[in-house]
Design a protein around this ligand. Structure first.
Ligand code: ASC
Length: 128
């Protein structure tokens, strides 16, 4: 799937970067910096939902270091890493439901717990 380690690193970083970009757009709505537009938030969540499945197969063996901030714990604690990624995907599914419901208060709550799932995985599995 990946011819070089760098290809895998760039691939997973690209997916995570796009997730961050679209999560940030929802964040602007949550913070009140941008008016709430139901369709726009749904479109942002749709990108996040698709991207959220892509990074994990790209954490191939021996792909820490270099341009990557991946911690070795990703490979030494694979079950915990998988649990963290599944936690995030579950939170994104709830954010998607909230976005479809059009309930801004629910979006705000779900945005917070989704962001928490990003952060806790980064705290445990990503170098600064
Ligand atoms: C983002 C982003 C993250 C998370 C995290 C939430 O927008 O890029 O990694 O939110 O900062 O705490």
């Amino acid at each position: 799937q990946f011819r070089k380690v760098d290809d895998a690193v760039e691939y997973r970083k690209a997916a995570l970067h796009l997730m961050g970009a679209h999560f940030g757009r929802i964040g602007a709505v949550v913070k009140g910096d941008k008016p709430y537009d139901k369709a726009a938030v749904e479109a942002d969540v749709a990108v996040i939902e698709m991207m959220s499945k892509l990074p994990w197969p790209a954490f191939i063996p021996n792909s820490a270091g270099g341009h990557s901030k991946a911690k070795p714990e990703i490979w030494s604690q694979q079950a915990e890493f998988k649990t963290a990624t599944e936690k995030m995907e579950g939170e994104v599914a709830k954010l998607s439901a909230a976005a479809k419901s059009g309930d801004l208060a629910a979006i705000k709550v779900s945005f917070g717990s989704t962001g928490q799932s990003c952060k806790s995985c980064h705290d445990n599995f990503r170098n600064r």
